[in-house]
Design a protein around this ligand. Structure first.
Ligand code: PEP
Length: 257
């Protein structure tokens, strides 16, 4: 089996104006503009994508969005279609982030439609799954995450499934400073891979599974050294280009371990 190439993806959430995004891109490229050991992705607000397309064009940094519509186009006021994202050179789109599931009431049904449409539109979905604290403390974490994976990836062909990236993000670890232990993160990522194997056999070995939840420059190397963790989705620690560059360099160290 070919080794899965790791991904370090930053999720800026609802931060950064156009000019802040431009300054960030310049600084990031100065620091990590020629690395090849991991794929670097910036998932930015829609409003910053056009500027980032110009700044990052022909660089090693890939561009992603943080959401998209389940429709290709039409009378959906306020929505953004996958066609609009590919037109802005996006290659990735975060789908099913817990903030959208919880605050915007997105359902697994919505997310499954978005995943399918992203794939048919040429985007790589970064599908977020994860349990909350009550579910973890009740010993239900694996069952909850398995259910999300099965529902959100329903009806995909094996070829489509191989292109999906999954981010395991325990909700209690997002933005809280509490990281899952690297062993707990590994166990869940292995559980996700075995769920995928149940759906599509050996294709599961090709799917990249990231960990997300208070990832920082000082805990990334340990996470990256685990066999089923193929990278990270990073929120708060991706907002500063110097800190994010350090995190990327430390991730490369972890891969080499
Ligand atoms: C996220 O937003 O996906 C995330 C993991 O946030 P943080 O790194 O800040 O916990």
């Amino acid at each position: 089996m070919a080794k899965r190439h790791p991904i370090i993806a930053g999720n800026w959430k609802m931060y950064k104006t156009v000019s802040e995004a431009r300054d960030y891109a310049v600084k990031l490229l100065e620091k990590v503009g020629d690395i090849t050991e991991v794929d670097v992705v910036i998932c930015a607000p829609f409003t910053a994508l056009s500027t980032l397309k110009d700044e990052l064009e022909e660089s090693i940094v890939h561009l992603g969005a943080q959401n998209m519509s389940w429709a290709l186009e039409g009378a959906y006021t306020g929505e953004i279609s996958p066609k609009m994202l590919t037109d802005l050179a996006c290659t990735y789109v975060v789908l099913g982030h817990s903030e959208r599931r919880e605050l915007m009431r997105e359902t697994d049904e919505d997310i499954a439609k978005k995943v399918k449409l992203a794939l048919s539109s040429g985007l790589i979905p970064i599908l977020c799954v994860g349990e909350n604290l009550t579910q973890r403390e009740g010993g239900r974490a694996l069952g909850i995450v398995r259910g999300q994976v099965e529902r959100d990836l329903a009806d995909l062909s094996a070829e489509e499934l191989a292109r999906v990236v999954i981010a395991y993000e325990p909700i209690w670890a997002i933005g809280t400073g509490k990281t899952a232990s690297s062993q707990d993160a590994q166990d869940m990522c292995a559980g996700i891979r075995s769920t995928l194997a149940g759906i599509a056999g050996s294709v599961a070995d090709e799917v990249k599974i990231l960990y997300g939840g208070s990832v920082k420059p000082d805990n990334i190397a340990e996470l990256m050294s685990k066999p089923d963790i193929d990278g990270a989705l990073v929120g708060g620690a991706s907002l500063d280009p110097d800190g994010f560059s350090k995190l990327i360099m430390n991730a490369i160290e972890g891969v080499r371990k």
